[in-house]
Design a protein around this ligand. Structure first.
Ligand code: GCU
Length: 628
């Protein structure tokens, strides 16, 4: 049996290039040294090498146990020393890696881990609009396994790979179960169990495989019914692992868009970064569960987990809640001549470590990589290598990439991934809202056989800023609504957009930003960085996507003092009729879809109430004189 011990406690953190050069402070993992300075603006957060030290006693184990050390995330590079001997190093801040300590352990040991988020010419990300937090910011564990055990040393993977293929005609699924074994395995056998069936097969060349058929399969059906099976694999040595999996069919068609289990299922959702106000990227499970609850309230059916590999726990939450996920590596903004190896190693880890998650639909090769780099042969070759790597590691999922809006739609790089997507900011950074419609219509007409998605779009909004005359770039909550109302209409008219992801669900840490009245934050979120405030635009998408229960939302509750004689009162609802009451008297009733607008004369202090079905939303507005 394998035993897992948490190693989150009893660390000493030293913020210095050399352990002897700094004072140690006690910390508990997950930990980042940029929780404060990475979110306060100035682009001056600490980037460098730091140290985490702890004592480590040889764990109580039978004499033939192997002892592995597991890191779920060390940003951005790490070196692992035991009793002064360097045992391992890892380059990539978002993936799991492990170290076999067994042959180096004494009864009492000194464990030292250096972690660095210093600038690098070889490790991604180096240039992007988010804070590159440093630290041991995810779980650290000891894993004790028998001499013969399921692989722990293959790119941080789970040691078991489950490949379900659904036949919608026969309503059956074939499931290939594979497992890899480390240690003496001359006459070893693996017993696989799944869906009430068991097969025991010999290990050959370190690998075991069994094929199953599930008749009348219970489909993993997105938000409707994210049903999960569990496969287990066990060895006569006593080691055992399990992996949940989902039986579903994803298709992406140039004209029909995304299909789930044979039916049209346009992916409509948001992006998420893995940080939060005050915590940096050192999140607790409760924080992630809160994020998922907000996503469920929104009614999104897809998430782009940008711009890097997220924690296993969050992919698990997506499996359990039926979100369909775009997963990606941080090959972003600027290509580095010496970074090719790191793109391949980060992609290998992303795919090997997350292959079994039914939520994942596509592997993202890069994000806006031509923003600061030419489309030359070196860039194209790096993308071809990544694309081929994904197809080698995973024959079941397509690849994609998020392109910057300046990239010419005739660029050869668009021919590399299986499906494409663009990040467009017309109507925010430049140009007009209608250019988003024109862009996609032109692309779709020119390339009717290519799948195209909308991987990013958004507008910054500081909820403290309101305006009767909203305009792009003003950072008002008011304009963010105008922007997203247009985008929602544009998207709803184009079901062939296989996926659309609002940038971003949450405001996030970007220490290089000092605008819009908030330092250190990108404010394109539909929800504030601390998760405490859902901006009005959140309710626009909730009205469009969440039909589980009626609701109505008055926009502009933070716009109390108004100078205009006649003010617009906007209402979002998932019902098709809304009534507005002013000071208790019916002002008007409107039929519509999602957005309802009323022009209301104001002359003092007014109680405004919107009603739909038996839901209500109330706010106060006050007519004030023009500031002189
Ligand atoms: C880009 C980029 C994001 C960034 C966004 C923005 O599209 O991919 O990482 O945050 O623009 O400018 O808000």
């Amino acid at each position: 049996m394998r035993t897992i011990h948490s190693l989150n406690q009893d660390w000493t953190f030293i913020k210095a290039e050399h352990p002897a050069d700094g004072a140690g402070v006690p910390v508990t993992l997950p930990h980042t040294w940029n929780a404060e300075d990475g979110q306060d603006g100035g682009d001056d957060y600490y980037r460098g090498k730091c140290w985490y030290l702890r004592d480590l006693d040889r764990p109580e184990a039978t004499e033939n146990s192997r002892v592995w050390l597991e890191f779920e995330g060390a940003a951005m590079t790490a070196e692992v020393y035991l009793n002064g001997e360097k045992l391992a190093e890892h380059a990539g801040g978002y993936s799991t890696f492990r170290v076999d300590l067994t042959d180096h352990l004494k009864d009492h040991n000194k464990l030292a881990v250096s972690v660095s988020n210093a600038r690098s010419r070889t490790v991604y990300p180096q240039q992007a609009d988010f804070t590159f937090y440093g630290g041991l910011y995810r779980e650290v564990r000891l894993i004790l396994v028998p001499e013969t055990h399921f692989a722990l040393g293959y790119h941080g993977g789970p040691g078991v790979k489950i490949t379900p293929v659904v036949d919608l005609e026969t309503r059956a699924a074939t499931v290939m179960a594979e497992a890899w074994v480390e240690g003496p395995a001359h006459d070893a056998e693996v017993t696989f169990t799944l869906a009430g069936q068991t097969q025991t097969v010999p290990v050959a060349d370190g690998c075991a495989r069994a094929d199953f058929t599930i008749e009348n399969v219970h489909l993993w059906d997105g938000l409707n019914d994210p049903y999960l099976y569990t496969a287990t694999a066990s060895l006569s040595s006593g080691d055992a692992v399990s992996a949940r999996f989902g039986c579903r069919k994803f298709e992406i068609d140039p004209q029909k868009g995304f299909l789930l289990n044979g039916r049209s299922y346009p992916l409509r959702g948001v992006s998420r970064h893995q940080d939060r106000k005050g915590a940096g990227n050192a999140l607790t499970p409760a924080m992630m569960e809160e994020d998922m609850a907000i996503i469920k309230e929104l009614g999104a059916n897809t998430l782009r987990l940008a711009h890097y590999q997220h924690t296993q726990y969050f992919y698990d939450l997506c499996d359990e809640n039926g979100l369909i996920v775009w997963a990606e590596i941080p090959y972003i903004t600027m290509h580095m001549h010496d970074g090719r190896e790191n793109t391949l190693s980060q992609m290998t880890e992303l795919v090997v470590q997350n292959y079994n998650h039914p939520c994942i639909a596509v592997w993202g090769l890069s994000n806006e990589i031509t923003a600061a780099s030419a489309v030359n042969e070196e860039l194209l070759e790096n993308h071809r290598a990544l694309n081929d790597l994904c197809h080698t590691l995973d024959t079941t999922r397509p690849t994609t990439m998020a392109n910057v809006f300046m990239l010419d739609i005739d660029s050869p790089i668009l021919e590399i991934p299986d499906v494409n997507s663009y990040n467009l900011y017309f109507g925010w950074y430049l140009g007009e809202l209608e250019q988003n419609d024109e862009f996609f219509d032109e692309y779709h007409a020119k390339f009717p056989d290519r799948c195209i998605g909308f991987s990013e779009y958004g507008a910054d909004a500081n909820p403290a800023y309101q305006s009767p005359t909203p305009e792009k770039g003003d950072y008002t909550e008011t304009y963010q609504c105008v922007y997203h109302e247009h985008m929602l209409k544009m998207i709803e008219a184009r079901p062939w957009l296989w996926a659309t992801h609002v940038w971003n669900l949450f405001d996030f840490g970007a220490d290089g930003r000092d605008e819009g009245g908030k330092n250190g934050e990108n404010q394109k979120g539909l929800v504030t960085f601390d998760r405490q405030l859902k901006k009005d635009a959140f309710y626009l998408y909730k009205a469009a996507w969440n039909h589980t229960e009626p609701f109505v939302h008055l926009c502009g509750s933070r716009y109390v003092d108004r100078t205009e004689e006649v003010t617009e009162i906007k209402v979002y609802s998932n019902q098709n009729e809304v009534s507005l009451y002013v000071d208790g008297k019916l002002f008007g009733t409107a039929q519509g879809h999602v957005v309802f607008s009323f022009q209301v004369p104001i002359s003092g202090e007014h109680t405004i109430e919107a009603r739909a079905e038996d839901c209500t939303s109330v706010m106060l507005v006050r007519k004030v004189a023009e500031p002189n």
